[in-house]
Design a protein around this ligand. Sequence first.
Ligand code: GRF
Length: 204
Amino acid sequence: MSNKARVAVLVSGGGTNLQALIDAQHSGLIEKGEIVVVISNRESAYAIERARKAGIDTHVVTRKACGGQEGFEAKVKEIIDGYNIDLIVLAGFLTILSKDFVTYYDHKIINIHPSLIPSFCGDGFYGIIPHEAALARGVKVTGATVHYVNEVADGGEIIAQKAVNVEDGDTPETLQRRVMEQAEWLILPVAVAKICRKIVAERR
Ligand code: GRF
């Protein structure tokens, strides 16, 4: 078995955060981790294409095909456990995971959220919505957060954060792009690299 932590990345959309992880693995920044599987809940997610181009195994698991949330989570668990995963990364993954699921993988799931938690987070705050809320509130600084996933939406222990300035004239889209470029795509790979180093060190 390679001396690397085995990482699963769960996706739903464009996969820019997945791409940042793939690039960080190839550059050596994520030295002690290997992305061995990408799981999407949407067949159309471009993230799947990114994974395929990188030669990473992919699986599409939909609630519809699995007959609902319980079957969906059972299938995702079957895949994760079949790959002997050490760390699960939610990267633009837009499906709720049950308390049972996140409790089963306690302290093994991390998420990237596009705001400085505890601002603009929790139920209903995903994708472009945190940026719309930040602009509506008039904050001058926002950013991104990497955190452990627990049964409370965006409520787990914070691992890393990075602040990003809100610029005059920002739209939710321009702000989202800046937060992705200047925060998400930087702090998520660094956090994964750090956690993978710890996982491997604790194996000894
Ligand atoms: C982005 O809004 C990001 O902030 C959040 O999910 C959305 C899509 O990310 N994590 P990705 O391009 O699919 O990684």
